[in-house]
Write a protein that binds this ligand. Structure first.
Ligand SMILES: Nc1ncnc2c1ncn2[C@@H]1O[C@H](COP(=O)(O)OP(=O)(O)O)[C@@H](O)[C@H]1O
Ligand SMILES: [Mg+2]
Length: 246
């Protein structure tokens, strides 16, 4: 496959840091031929992190936008960690015989979980999620106009949906990390700043924060991040993702 200008671009000269990436050859092949890439994960292992970092590096190299590496990777990592946490939570509730959809059970489970969701917990319930067939799937679609990543996870609960709305609204209110920090330094104590950070990182690269979306589709949670690479990029939400012309 070729890019918009008819060139076939072969990406295989990334620095040594990526030499040991698992499935390196098949990843490069998919990128060089314009195919979609799909990854399944349960705990976001170091191997998987390295693979996602590599996919982004190879895509950005192919399309000549390497400066977006850390923004793109940091956002995606946060999205995937949130997704694996959601699936592990679902597995935990199942294992404990709690009905995550019922407010009372949800509160009971969350009270037990408070403070318990460390790395070992994620390992344990990520493995349980895998056994239960609860996958986080990550799909990359790409061409020279942009990259779109879709991350699917267990359906979000009412409480989570309202937290997401609240966090995204908060992220929209600030222009940059410094403004956010100055306004929140006293309260947040590092809690729940992932979604806000995503919006602020996108803004810092002059990427519309509306290109990050999270919602419910076909009874699952879908987080979608679109990274435009040319003037011709069209969001799946249409040419005007914010819903108003500039
Ligand atoms: N994929 C998801 N599924 C369900 N809930 C989510 C998902 N992503 C985010 N959330 C909800 O949004 C909240 C805020 O996310 P975030 O800003 O990343 O903070 P944190 O991960 O530290 O809680 C989470 O606590 C969770 O309730
Ligand atoms: Mg988070």
């Amino acid at each position: 496959m070729s890019d918009a200008s008819g060139r076939t671009v072969i990406v295989d000269d990334l620095d040594g840091h990526y030499e040991d990436v698992r499935n390196r050859e098949s990843i490069l092949k998919a990128i060089n031929t314009g195919q979609k890439l799909v990854f399944l994960t349960h705990v976001l292992s170091e191997n998987m992190e390295h693979q996602l970092d590599f996919v982004i590096a190879a895509l950005l190299k192919k399309y000549d936008q390497e400066h977006l590496q850390s923004t793109f990777y940091t956002c995606l990592k946060e999205i995937v960690i949130n997704a694996t946490k959601a699936n592990a939570k679902e597995a935990y509730f199942k294992a404990e015989g709690l009905k995550i959809d019922q407010e009372e059970d949800y509160e009971r489970g969350m009270a037990r979980l408070r403070g318990a969701m460390n790395e070992a917990w994620i390992e344990k319930y990520g493995a349980a999620a895998k056994e239960m067939g609860l996958d986080v799937s990550i799909t990359f679609e790409h061409n020279s106009d942009g990259v779109r990543v879709l991350v699917w996870s267990s359906p979000m609960k009412a409480r989570e949906e309202s937290r997401i709305r609240q966090k995204l609204a908060e992220g929209m209110r600030y222009d940059d990390i410094v403004a956010f920090y100055l306004a929140n330094a006293d309260q947040t104590e590092g809690e729940g700043i992932g979604l806000v950070m995503i919006l602020l990182l996108l803004k810092a690269e002059h990427i519309s924060p509306h290109l990050f979306r999270i919602g419910t589709v076909e009874q699952k949670t879908l987080a979608r991040l679109e990274i435009p690479l040319s003037e011709n990029f069209v969001s799946v939400r249409g040419a005007d993702p914010a819903g108003h012309k500039k």
